[in-house]
Design a protein around this ligand. Structure first.
Ligand code: GLP
Length: 241
């Protein structure tokens, strides 16, 4: 694993955007695995700037996102589709028909998950997968558990994740309790993985995930087995290692 130390959030965002930009420049028709959460927002803003300046071309890019809340449609301001549209898709020259997320409106979980795996497979898997890190070590919405689940599946969100995501909703009751998430095997099949982490509140989990035991109790720990992982984190997030 390569660790890139950034000064602060801004610096982390620029450094992450540099890696994503390099991927797009090297392979203009690549498949990007994308993430939501507050951490990648700065990197997306950088990519938007570069695209608007004419330095980056998204026209041939395909994207597959990690996850989506079950029960939210694309127009719902809290859906991950809406987030992606606000932060990236709506601001760059991407072909929207090649941007994919699990279908949150599909109530048949098995169907939603199978359909999404098929989309990822047909796209050929991610060339570069961007990941944030949950406080409990989750990646996508793969929550701590007794196993690593390989493929896209429907998850019951943990109490701590619901609480952490409450800030985006009017009240905790509005936070969906389930989500569809890409599985660990699919994430691990990405050719390259870029993890972005910021803030002192993530320092303990960074240490546990990347230097602790590999266990499904800390889902991100599986990334230690991937041969091309880049961790871009600010000093605060790296303060315990
Ligand atoms: C959410 C997302 C994850 C994300 C995590 C961390 O639960 N499903 O993909 O990595 O939160 O979010 P943040 O970057 O806001 O700390």
């Amino acid at each position: 694993m390569q660790i890139i130390r950034a000064k602060d959030y801004e610096d982390m965002s620029r450094k992450a955007a540099n890696i994503i930009s390099a991927q797009i420049l090297m392979k203009p028709d690549c498949v990007l695995g994308l993430a939501t959460g507050s951490t990648p927002i700065g990197a997306y803003a950088q990519l938007v700037k570069r695209c608007q300046k004419g330095d980056l071309d998204f026209s041939k890019i395909t994207t597959v996102n990690l996850d989506e809340y079950k029960g939210l449609d694309r127009d719902n301001e809290q859906s991950y589709y809406y987030f992606m549209n606000q932060n990236l898709f709506g601001k760059v020259n991407i072909d929207l028909s090649r941007t994919f997320l699990p279908d949150g409106t599909e109530s048949d979980s098995d169907k939603a998950c199978r359909d999404y795996d098929k989309i990822i497979e047909e796209a050929g898997g991610a060339d570069l997968q961007l990941l944030g890190l949950g406080h409990n070590g989750h990646i996508g919405f793969n929550e701590p558990g007794d196993e690593f689940v390989a493929k896209t599946h429907c998850v019951d969100l943990t109490e701590s994740t619901i609480k952490a995501n409450q800030r985006f909703f009017a009240s905790i009751d509005e936070v969906p309790k389930q989500a569809y998430t890409m599985g660990i095997q699919t994430i691990m099949q990405a050719k390259k993985i870029l993890v972005v982490v910021s803030g002192a509140d993530k320092a303990a989990i960074v240490k546990e995930a990347f230097f602790g035991r590999i266990t499904p109790k800390v889902q991100a720990s599986v990334l230690q087995l991937h041969r091309d992982v880049i961790l871009v984190a600010d000093e605060a997030a790296l303060s315990e290692i």
